[in-house]
Design a protein around this ligand. Structure first.
Ligand SMILES: Nc1ncnc2c1ncn2[C@@H]1O[C@H](COP(=O)(O)OP(=O)(O)OP(=O)(O)O)[C@@H](O)[C@H]1O
Ligand SMILES: [Mg+2]
Length: 463
């Protein structure tokens, strides 16, 4: 799409010449002979850049820039100036002008400056569009849950999102801790700042400090450039510390310090940095009992547990299941090219009765698999995974346990469930998954092979 440039100059002849030059470069142009006219055009036309003379008899470049700022026109402005008034032009850059070019104007100069400004403008617009899309995706209305258990969560989110208060999200795997963290961010005054998520269980221990605090070039082998850590990246935004219960004790002490005074030092640097971040932490572990056993620092726990929100397991909010089914059916129906897919009432009953140890994520996967494997648009009980209609006996069933059972199959199901959960938690990092399971890496590797589990390492932050 060609860009539109508004040229503002009191010399009509120059307007003509410039207009011709820019059209040759492939731009659409508009013209104004002073700042007032320019403002009128900006109010009614979509302009991508303003190319403006510094001195004009009616409203000069400086006043035009001030007025554009005041009216919130987010359009880059490039000033044309004679050598004698470069100082004024530089002053305008401080007030937000993009750049200046010298008069008399050289075509190459002009072309390069404009293309830089427009590239930046396009990037900013893309960024804003993506942001709006994200804000929409994480607005409160997109969070599913009319059940009393989830209404309590929503109430908590609404109470806390405006402030900078630290939030601790707890809940089993797949209960929605990350979506809730994102919706707090995107409904907070920091929503235009970054949301940075770190999975504390997935970072290799040797790199933890540099991951969080960054490092300076040359501070250790492999530190080839300076790196901004997560605390620095999240400045003016929100830092989501996921799986905080898996953070090694040594690092906990360092994190505590940042939470206390918002300062830290990059690895290899003696200069403290400050950061303005809102912290949201999440875990599916019982931090309180970890504190009691000396596995988690008590002082850090109290710093994090300022505003706790406990996400209920899906089995405690079964009345929300039909809504989740509708949402996921619609999503996968489109994604998998099977629009109009639906469950029979019997299937909905089976899905609502199941225990969902993997919570919403498990339900989501189950809907995806069912949509894929069903032959037609109607999905019945027979198309659901078999374990839904023959639920596994609960732990500690004692004398009431349903017999007969297939012990080997039950054990295998349990083993697989725990291994998959550990691998998910560590995003496929096997050393850490093995540590979580209390077995050696070698033993984990054998079991993964035996059970035919596919391990994929996720790079970067999870969705
Ligand atoms: N209230 C909700 N409304 C709509 N979708 C939800 C809701 N809660 C969770 N989900 C969906 O369920 C899936 C799991 O959520 P999420 O990743 O936030 O869980 P989690 O608690 O962080 O899990 P884990 O502990 O495994 O990391 C995601 O796809 C998310 O979009
Ligand atoms: Mg998560």
């Amino acid at each position: 799409m060609s860009h539109t440039i508004l040229i503002v100059d009191d010399e009509v002849k120059l307007l003509d010449v410039l207009g011709g030059m820019l059209e040759q470069l492939g731009y659409r142009t508009l013209a104004a002979t002073n700042g007032n006219e320019a403002l009128e055009i900006l109010a009614r036309d979509a302009v991508d850049l303003v190319l403006c003379d510094l001195r004009m008899p009616v409203m000069g470049g400086k006043d035009l820039l001030a007025e554009m700022n005041r009216r919130g026109h987010a359009v880059p402005l490039v000033i044309m100036t004679a050598y004698s008034s470069v100082r004024d032009a530089v002053g305008m850059i401080k007030d937000g002008a993009f750049d200046y070019i010298d008069k008399p104007i050289e075509l190459d100069d002009l072309a390069a400056t404009l293309s830089n400004a427009l590239r930046l403008q396009d990037a900013l617009r893309d960024n804003q569009r993506l942001r709006e899309e994200l804000e929409g995706r994480y607005s409160f209305d997109t969070l599913i849950g009319a059940s009393p258990a989830f209404q309590r969560v929503l109430k908590g989110i609404a109470e806390v999102c405006e402030a900078k208060t630290t939030v601790l999200l707890t809940g089993e795997s797949g209960t929605g801790k990350e979506v809730v963290a994102r919706s707090i961010h995107f409904n907070s005054p920091r929503k235009s700042g970054p949301f940075v998520a770190v999975n504390c269980a997935a970072v290799p221990e040797a790199l933890l400090e540099s991951e969080f605090f960054g490092h300076v070039k040359g501070s250790f082998t492999g530190a080839l450039t300076n790196r901004v850590g997560r605390f620095g990246q999240a400045d003016k935004g929100t830092l989501f510390l996921d799986e905080i219960g898996d953070m090694p004790l040594a690092l906990q002490a360092k994190i505590l310090r940042v939470l206390q005074d918002r300062t830290y030092e990059p690895v290899g640097s003696t200069h403290s940095r400050t950061t303005d971040v809102r912290i949201i932490a999440a875990t599916n572990r019982d931090l309180e009992s970890m504190v009691a056993q000396g596995e988690f620092r008590g002082d850090l726990y109290y710093r994090l547990n300022v505003f706790p929100i406990a996400l209920p397991p899906l089995r405690d909010r079964r009345e929300d299941i039909p809504r989740f089914l509708d949402r996921f059916l619609a999503e996968f129906g489109v994604a998998l090219g099977k629009r109009g897919a639906r469950f029979t009432p019997d299937a909905v009953r089976a899905l609502s009765a199941y225990g969902w140890p993997g919570n919403i994520r498990e339900l989501q996967n189950c809907v995806e698999r069912s949509v894929l494997s069903a032959r037609g648009p109607v999905i019945d009980v027979a198309d659901l995974p078999p374990y839904l209609s023959h639920p596994a006996p609960r732990d500690g069933g004692g004398e009431d346990a349903d017999f007969p059972i297939d012990l080997d199959q039950d054990l295998e199901r349990y083993e697989r469930g725990r291994i998959v959960a550990a691998l998910n938690r560590t995003q496929g990092v096997q050393v850490r998954a093995a540590a979580l399971l209390g077995i050696s890496e070698r033993s984990l590797w054998h079991r993964v092979k035996k059970l035919g589990i596919s391990v994929t390492r996720t790079v970067g932050t999870p969705e």
